[in-house]
Design a protein around this ligand. Structure first.
Ligand code: THU
Length: 139
């Protein structure tokens, strides 16, 4: 069980990270906050590109930051997204990000879709990516 205060802190960090989002093409600002097994938090935002293809989502930004600094075990991620001048949505991760989460997480990995620090929906990765393909398949 993750402490409610920790979840709220994670959600708030994801919301705050929207201010770093570089999304001039979609105007859809997304922030994320990833909790590692050893209690550290890595944040991310979406970063778009004029060539579109090289754009990256907020979730993968946070995960790649963490992996590049030696972390490979994660317990939860909070995500917050919405149009620049609109209300926050319960913004679900795209399929590519779900697969990247799958690489480094157990099926019990928690995903919080945050509209505020205490208004969020909670899912496990197993719920959002059932019957998935992962590292075990290649053993
Ligand atoms: N986006 C994310 O960063 N995370 C999501 O969960 C959904 C979509 C970004 C990608 C793109 O920059 C913008 O939101 C619109 O799709």
């Amino acid at each position: 069980m993750i402490d409610t205060n920790v979840i709220s802190g994670l959600c708030q960090k994801a919301i705050d990270m929207r201010s770093e989002s570089y999304a001039p093409y979609s105007d859809f600002l997304v922030g994320s906050a990833l909790l590692t097994e050893d209690g550290q938090i890595y944040t991310g935002c979406n970063i778009e590109n004029s060539a579109f293809g090289p754009s990256i989502c907020a979730e993968r930004t946070a995960i790649f930051k963490a992996v590049s600094e030696g972390h490979r075990d994660f317990v939860a991620i909070a995500i917050s997204g919405g149009k620049r001048d609109g209300e926050l949505q319960y913004c679900a991760p795209c399929g590519v990000c779900r697969q990247v989460m799958r690489e480094f997480s157990k099926p019990s990995f928690k995903i919080y879709l945050a509209k505020s620090a205490d208004d969020y929906r909670e899912y496990t990765l197993g719920e959002l990516l059932p019957e998935s393909f992962g590292p075990g398949n290649l053993e």
